[in-house]
Every structure is written in structure tokens, then in C-alpha cells.
Design a binder for this molecule. Structure first.
Ligand code: COI
Length: 355
């Protein structure tokens, strides 16, 4: 059974209170964990298939110290959101894209994966059961974290004998402490996020621990995030620790091509599609550092990060500054996407799913 901790029983007690909203300070949401009351979990054996998941109170899960995930990093995760419309209805954003990405990642990491229907159903059930934790319109979103891991115990290196799919959620606001101010990026040329043939293109947990060192170092120097370079030539930009990157010059928007080294973000894909519909020319290609010195704008995209403009990039002893603000390409496309996600703009593209 899952979710048998003290946190779980207090979630149950809270549930007796049928208030529309959970007891959260909605005006001060940042990106810190405020667990919503319920999580979703299901297990399956190696070589098997996931069958029936259950919603249970949020809480700790028991796991063997010999679990594949703890020793050999066999796990992938996703990030997606639910947002509340003005009329009170709650929308998920393109959950099938996360479902498909999890399936691809699971294949790379030798894990069974929930089907697309199971995944989307789990997200709907998480958003329904945690509706009180979905922030009021305009205050943020319910960030939903699906996690698939090798939970079975194993001594030798190999796929774990058992897998757990768990989904938990937390209300969230701005990812960066800068809030709506623009970001200052630092180009890292000692450490790399990804290598040829590695797992840079899937959302493996093993992509995230190793960036903590360069990220912590850059933050201690006052930067918001780290921009990584390709590990072969140290010449082409790839992505940040937690999001993708775009540059814009005139009517042309460019972003590093997804060739297995970068994560194909759902927000990245959505911005590419919206930009093309808005008559921008969009190029997915290699972008050399030199181009950063000759572009109007730089911006970042991610589920947690949203669409965030970059005010400066520092590379060695050079600092480049960019145009930011509501009249920028980033401002225009970011507002379009936000309108679709929160239901203020009509969703002609069918990207939102009502729970
Ligand atoms: C997301 O944007 O959902 C992510 O998974 C990035 C994570 C580092 C917060």
C-alpha cells in the first residue's frame, strides 16, 4: 500500500473540510513543494504491464535500499500542469505529449511504461482529487509530477524486478526567484549536461543530479541558470539545467535541434507551433555561441519555467544583453500560450483537456 505516513492521514482529515480551496497562501507561491493531498500509484513486475492504479493520500512510499532507482538511477519523470479557468473549470495541458515522452524514455531506460490512456487517466484523477490545491485563476498552477522508477531490489546491474508509477502534485508559481524579471544566464564550459548516445533526450533522473554542481556554482555567482554547450566541440548551445532555449532575430526564431542531446520540451514544441501559426520562421538547427552575440532576443521554455525572457548571457569575460518585455517575441508568444493554458483564449488547437 502507498501513502501511509502522517502527512497522508492529515490529508485525509483536511479532506473532511469541503472548502473550495486548500489552506495555501496563494499570493506567495514560488516553486517549492506544498504537497497536494492525494497521489496516484501503481506497480508492475519486470516484463509485465501496469494494470490498475489507485488514488491514495499523499505520503512516503516504502522502498528497499537495494531498489534499482536508488542504486542505478533507473527512473524517468515528467512535469505537467493543471490550471483553473475563470469559470472554475480545470484544464490539463497536452497531457498525451508527456505520456508519449514517458513511453519513449521508459524504452531507453528498460522499463515498462503506463499506456497513454493510463497516463492521461492518472493525471485527470490527480487533478480531480486535488482540485482544492489548483490555485485560483492568475495565481499559478497545480504542478503535476509523474515518476516511473525501478522500485524492485536488485544487486547486480540490470533492470529492476518491479516498477512503480507514482504521480504527486504541488501548487506552484514562478520557478525563478527573479519572478517576472528577466534571467541572467551563465555559459558553462567545464561541465556538460549531455553526451552523444547518452540520455540527454529523455527525462531520466540521471540528467538532473549531475547539473547540481554547475548550477549551484552559477547561482552562487548571482546567475539565474546555466546554459550548457555540446560536449564535443564546446561550440554549440544545447539547453539549460531545467528548460530549453530559443533565440529570436527579426522574424526568425531558432532553437537547438532535438538530435538526442536535448529534451524535447512540451513548451518548446508548443512555442514552435504557435510561432509558425503567427508567421514567424522557425528553425530547429545547431546554434553556435557566436550567434548569441548577434541576436535580438533569447528566451527559455519549460513546463515549470514557462516562457521566460533572458536579459543577459555571460560567456567567459563577455556579457551580452538582450531586449526583453511585453513587446518582445518572447512576451507575445508567452502571452498566447498562457492564454490557451488558463482558458482565457479560445483553444482552437485542442491542446487543453478538461478534467
Ligand atoms: C519541468 O519543467 O517540468 C521540469 O521537469 C524541470 C524541473 C527541473 C523542474
Amino acid at each position: 500500500r502507498f501513502g501511509s505516513s502522517q502527512a497522508a492521514s492529515s490529508a485525509l482529515t483536511n479532506d473532511v473540510n469541503e472548502a473550495e480551496y486548500a489552506d495555501v497562501d496563494w499570493d506567495s507561491l514560488g516553486f517549492s513543494l506544498k504537497p497536494a493531498g492525494y497521489m496516484y500509484a501503481m506497480k508492475c513486475a519486470r516484463g509485465g504491464a501496469f494494470e490498475k492504479g489507485e488514488i491514495c493520500p499523499y505520503g512516503d512510499i516504502g522502498i528497499s535500499p537495494a531498489a534499482g532507482v536508488l542504486n542505478y538511477g533507473q527512473a524517468i519523470y515528467e512535469g505537467t500542469i493543471a490550471q483553473r479557468r475563470q469559470d472554475g473549470r480545470v484544464l490539463l495541458f497536452r497531457p498525451e505529449l508527456n505520456a508519449n515522452r514517458m513511453r519513449m524514455g521508459a524504452e531507453r531506460m528498460c522499463m515498462p511504461s503506463p499506456s497513454v490512456d493510463q497516463f492521461v487517466d492518472a493525471l485527470k484523477r490527480i487533478a480531480q482529487s486535488n482540485k482544492r490545491w489548483v490555485p485560483p485563476p492568475g495565481k499559478g498552477s497545480l504542478y503535476i509530477r509523474p515518476l516511473l522508477m525501478g522500485s524492485g531490489a536488485i544487486l547486480g546491474l540490470g533492470p529492476a524486478p518491479e516498477y512503480t508509477f507514482v504521480v504527486y502534485a504541488s501548487p506552484a508559481g514562478n520557478y525563478f526567484k527573479e519572478r517576472s524579471a528577466s534571467l541572467n544566464l551563465y555559459i558553462e564550459d567545464e561541465f556538460h549536461r549531455s553526451g552523444r548516445g547518452g540520455t540527454g533526450g529523455v527525462k531520466s533522473i540521471t540528467n538532473y543530479g549531475p547539473v547540481l554542481k554547475p548550477l549551484t556554482r552559477a547561482k552562487s555567482m548571482g546567475f539565474s541558470e546555466v546554459l550548457y554547450l555540446d560536449s564535443v566541440e564546446k561550440k554549440y548551445i544545447e539547453e539549460l539545467s531545467a528548460c530549453n532555449i530559443f533565440i529570436a532575430k527579426g522574424n526568425v526564431i531558432s532553437t537547438p535541434a532535438a538530435t538526442g542531446m536535448i529534451l524535447e520540451g512540451v513548451t518548446r514544441k508548443s512555442i514552435i507551433e504557435l510561432a509558425r501559426l503567427s508567421n514567424y520562421k522557425v528553425e530547429e538547427r545547431s546554434i553556435a555561441i557566436d550567434e548569441l552575440f548577434d541576436t535580438d532576443e533569447v528566451f527559455c521554455t519549460g513546463t515549470a519555467v514557462g516562457v521566460a525572457d533572458v536579459g543577459s548571457i555571460t560567456y567567459k569575460d563577455k556579457r551580452i544583453e538582450y531586449k526583453t518585455g511585453a513587446n518582445s517575441v518572447c512576451g507575445e508568444l508567452g502571452a498566447m500560450l498562457a492564454g490557451i493554458k488558463n482558458g482565457v483564449t479560445e483553444d482552437k488547437l485542442g491542446w487543453t483537456v478538461e478534467i
